[in-house]
Design a protein around this ligand. Sequence first.
Ligand code: GRF
Length: 216
Amino acid sequence: MLKLGVLASGRGSNFQSIIDEIEAGSLNASISLLITDNPDAYAIERAKKQSIKHLYLNPHDFKSKNDFYTRIAKELVKRDVDLVILAGFMRIVGKPLIEAFPNRIINIHPALLPAFPGLHSQKQAVDYGVRVSGCTVHFVDEGMDTGPIIIQAAVVVSPDDTEDTLSERILRLEHKIFPYAIRLYSEGRLYADGRTIKIKGYELKDEFFINPPIHR
Ligand code: GRF
């Protein structure tokens, strides 16, 4: 069974969606550890409810960014983690973690990359006036939201959308595609062809990947 290590900084609703899929039996994985960089992250409460081990690490307690990520890598390796999940982890991952888990770290981003990387992507999308946005699950490299894309889902953006309404709609899709991407990984169906991630036995299911706008 795939052992997951989750890194989160806040609310942890994506973390919860992974817990729920495991509970429902649709994701054959277990969560070995939650690491947070924020002692007040609600994700910690979610871990407690499920008796998932959790660990808070304060980046300011470390001499350097490298030391911080070396420690994170050590904690994950210690628990035999196979795949590292960034579920709303609000930092750019450092080299020691990437080197310890090459092509074994995945992130969810609330925009259709390569559009709107970084913070406040939903606001960026609304301010830009795009008509389609969405979310992306991708492997993590040293750049900011630049790694190979595993899966994306789109939402139509209404001219009346605000950052909040768009975020909410995108989040609903995040909760579907993140566990789905982990499942694809757990089934050994992902392989790289250059920076393109191929998916064995992939069937395009439009209704799953496009969410209609609330206001028509
Ligand atoms: C999500 O929108 C995710 O795409 C982004 O940070 C947010 C985290 O939300 N990386 P949550 O903590 O999972 O509820």
